[in-house]
Design a protein. Structure first.
Length: 295
């Protein structure tokens, strides 16, 4: 076995996994606040990528201004999604709410490429295309920078949940009725969670868009994000970091080692296999809380 190749795959896989983890962090953020598994997170990443591209290509803004405006716009968009779609589902079975988020995912995946065109959109955020060499090991600069940015944002999210607002949002997740009774504005907390999740998704969409271009396929980040969120624990942001590294490593090694043997396609299988195995063996994930109900 070529151990140099394994090391190269592993290093690049870690940074790719961290970029996946940024999308998953949005899923965990909403679940920690509202107890809802958001299946629209992949489409939010795609929408954020399109927004950043539109502000540069269509409006003519420089990229350093277009990205912050896209982040603000997506925070508002995420909050409005909660206000006018999710809030209407209060009192409905949780499965219906989850199906609504899946419907939003499918709708956005169809509407935006139809509006902007199916061609891949280029997004240049200033990352030089030349690779970085660590000895004889090739490292993709885009994934390196993207992974570091993702790591920083997830760490900020972990610190955020130890702040006053973060504690309020955790209280809302634990017991919405009790939160209402002590004066917490539950609807506002959940809306903020959706806005922040949209910001995380947009950042991931921009980073991935700079790597592979922007089109409908960015929404497929949902599968990777779900694998990470489920493996790490749906209510654990630190678990997202660990699971992101695991999924990134597994995917990169499978692609580099198994693809030549089986003829390709393992990249699309790894995340699904991880989801199935985790749900069968440890449904609450590596770091998630196990919920026990008395009946």
């Amino acid at each position: 076995m070529d151990w140099l190749l394994v090391a190269e795959l592993a290093i690049n896989g870690i940074f790719i996994g961290l970029m996946y983890a940024l999308v998953a962090a949005g899923i965990v953020l909403i679940y920690k606040t509202s107890g809802i598994a958001n299946l629209a997170q992949g489409a939010l990443a795609m929408t954020g990528g399109y927004a950043a591209w539109a502000f540069t290509a269509l409006v003519g803004l420089p990229i350093w201004l277009a990205i912050p405006i896209a982040l603000i716009a997506m925070f508002v968009f995420g909050s409005l999604l909660e206000r006018f779609a999710l809030r209407r589902m209060v009192g409905q079975p949780i499965i219906m709410v989850i199906m609504l988020t899946l419907g939003l995912e499918i709708m956005l995946r169809g509407v935006l490429p139809g509006f902007f065109g199916a061609a891949v959109k280029k997004l240049d955020i200033g990352i030089p295309p030349s690779p970085l060499f660590l000895g004889d090991i090739f490292i993709n600069k885009a994934t390196l920078i993207g992974g570091c940015i993702s790591l920083g944002l997830i760490l900020l999210a972990i610190l955020f949940f130890n702040s006053r607002l973060g504690v309020i949002m955790r209280a809302v997740s634990d017991d919405q009725t009790a939160s209402w009774s002590v004066g917490i504005k539950v609807e506002r907390a959940i809306a903020i969670a959706w806005g922040l999740a949209a910001v995380m998704a947009t950042t991931a969409g921009v980073l991935w868009g700079a790597t592979q271009g922007i089109d409908w396929s960015l929404s497929l980040l949902l599968i990777k994000a779900l694998a990470i969120a489920i493996l790490g624990g749906l209510d654990s942001l630190p678990g997202v970091l660990v699971a992101g590294v695991v999924v990134g490593l597994a995917e990169s090694l499978a692609t580099g080692i198994l693809d030549p043997i089986v003829g390709g396609g393992t990249r699309d299988v790894v995340a699904s296999v991880i989801i199935v195995i985790t749900l069968l063996i440890r449904p609450h994930g590596l770091f998630g809380r196990e919920h026990i109900e008395r009946v």
